[in-house]
Ligand binder design. Sequence first.
Ligand code: HEM
Ligand SMILES: *[C@@H]1O[C@H](CO)[C@@H](O)[C@H](O)[C@H]1NC(C)=O
Ligand SMILES: *[C@@H]1O[C@H](CO)[C@@H](O)[C@H](O)[C@H]1NC(C)=O
Ligand SMILES: CC(=O)N[C@H]1CO[C@H](CO)[C@@H](O)[C@@H]1O
Length: 526
Amino acid sequence: MSLVHFVYGFIFISLFLLWKLINACYISPVRTLQKLRSNGLGGPTPKFPLGNLSDMKQMLIKAKSLSSSLSLSSSSSESISHDIHSSSLPYFAQWKKLHGKVYVYWMGVEPFLYIADPEFLKQMSGSVLAKNWGKPNVFRNDRIPMFGDYGLNMIEGNTWARHRHIINPAFSSTNLKVMANSMVESTTKMITQWTTLLTNSSKLELDMEKEVTTLAGEIIAKTNFGINSELGNVLLEKLRSMQISLFKHTRYVGVPYGHLLTMGQTLEARKLGQEIDEILLSIINSRRKVIGVEPQHDLLGLLLEGEEDNRVDGQFVKKLTTRELVDECKTFFFGGHETVALSMTWTLMLLAMYPKWQDELRKEIEEVIGEKDEIDFTMLAGLKKMGWVFNEVLRLYPSSPNAQRQARSDIQVGNVVIPNGTNIWIDVVGMHHDRTLWGDDVNEFKPERFDGDLYGGCKHKMGYMPFGFGGRMCIGKNYALMEYKIVMSLILRRFSFTVAPSYHHSPTYFFSFRPGSGVPLIVKPL
Ligand code: HEM
Ligand SMILES: *[C@@H]1O[C@H](CO)[C@@H](O)[C@H](O)[C@H]1NC(C)=O
Ligand SMILES: *[C@@H]1O[C@H](CO)[C@@H](O)[C@H](O)[C@H]1NC(C)=O
Ligand SMILES: CC(=O)N[C@H]1CO[C@H](CO)[C@@H](O)[C@@H]1O
């Protein structure tokens, strides 16, 4: 009797689990596809269980071999093309031609609504409050080693609103002003190193990606946590290896049990994530002891100081837990150096390619800053042309090439209904390279398009969004601009740059756009 019960029970539970699995991996995605298609949305036909993943990989390999044969056959700097959308994201470029600027594609069994239409984006963004947006679960789970459970860019709802409210004041201009000194100090140190290397020769070849990434890492370590560069370097190395195990190799995000196929990488990333957490935890704990004793000037200090007085606008705001603090520190460490480092790397490459702009900026720096060693925060606003260059670099080579969302309820956009749960992929780089929005010179480096125009002459204001959109816009925008202007001013007034013959232009998309094999430049003292 009881054995029979047991057997029936077992069969029942197995069938139930099997049904749940089929539902999650097949029935529910197919239903979502039908809903999206019934709205008139097209897109490539997915195949179970990879969706369009293998197709995406094939197209990328083809585009890469095409572009490398092109650059081998012609001579160096002539062959540098800024049309990175079709070379680095060929699947999006081709599908966009076939299916328009809004369509559905599949990562595994996860449907993604692709958007590169600024008007659609504007209407969609206008109908959802920032705190009601979701971030795709499929990425959140995948990226836990990197951002934890509570990193600002991954959380949603009231948790996000609370974190953003607590962190915002740390980026006020009063606080940024204090951070400027650290930035000048670190940059000066790098310049001294270069000068030493140049004592016996008139020029030097340096990989600018490496130089500038190390510098930005040191700066974020100091301004965020007040830690020295040795400990900062340990953290950076671990972050970098984690990123490689998370993004460098083919992974099966969205494919049911896909993480089992890359178990080694997943475990490696988790292990590194835990090691980073431990270091951060010890930094936080030792810092807690000096709160209230010494004045705090960095992000961590400001967040911890906030714990003393949790009243904001007369309302009680619950402080961040230690777990939340660790995750935020990790998020800022990562988000706060790599994006800026890449924008500076691509800037130096472009300035080396276009010496006219190098001279223009140098002239401006001389007028605005001159030979002063101290750079005052308020001076930076005078660097107008440098601002255009920053904007133009972020247009052509956006450090954050896409934005992602997940619908947390049905969203009506015109006559399209985006069903609850739909993943959304906003192709920022696709819009930044869209000829219909920018005109025929879309792939040319022309900083002057930003002269007197915040949107660089784009036909639609949402067509240019290097820092995202809506209430979830980048919290570090002003920090980034300040760092960029300080570092660029200091190095451009001491050195000139030309492209080294060994430079091979191969922007590669892995999480952001990186140079495929560094950016070797010839550096000469002025
Ligand atoms: C050139 C430099 C930078 C670029 C291009 C950039 C770009 C972006 C973009 C596009 C987003 C929004 C993503 C979305 O809408 O989903 C974002 C969000 C964010 N950024 Fe940045 N960023 C830069 C620098 C920084 C710096 C220096 C920090 C920190 C010190 C930072 C911290 C963050 C954080 C925490 C978020 C999440 C905000 C939220 O979801 O509420 N970023 N960034
Ligand atoms: C420059 O040359 C001098 C004398 O030959 C040598 O002592 C010194 O180490 C060199 N410096 C560098 C940075 O190579
Ligand atoms: C959206 O879907 C989720 C998960 O299926 C559900 O928990 C939530 O209540 C739905 N939201 C709305 C507004 O229907
Ligand atoms: C696995 C895979 O690549 N599936 C489909 C993705 O989309 C293309 C169309 O571009 C289909 O032909 C593939 O079968």
